[in-house]
Design a protein. Structure first.
Length: 85
């Protein structure tokens, strides 16, 4: 996924994807609560699923569901840019 100029809202509901131009403290990543089998956790629970790679931060939800946020270097930088619905 690639956003435009200014603040973007990226929506992820499953499958495999990547965000090529996520702006920390500018853009928002909205995650579908169904990725947790219905029980929507708080944003801090996302940190348990995330790890840093050379390419960015990867969120691994299991069962083939995951998203790479390219260029992001730390998992903690993403926490305040999340929405879970």
């Amino acid at each position: 996924m690639i956003g435009g100029a200014g603040a973007d809202l990226f929506i992820f509901g499953g499958g495999r994807d990547r965000i090529a131009d996520f702006g920390e403290d500018i853009d928002t990543l909205r995650l579908d609560a169904a990725l947790w089998a219905g029980a929507a956790p708080g944003p801090d629970a996302v940190a348990d699923l995330a790890y840093a790679t050379e390419a960015g931060v990867f969120l691994d939800f299991g069962d083939g569901n995951g998203i790479l946020i390219e260029g992001l270097s730390a998992v903690g930088a993403l926490i305040d840019d999340l929405q879970i619905v």
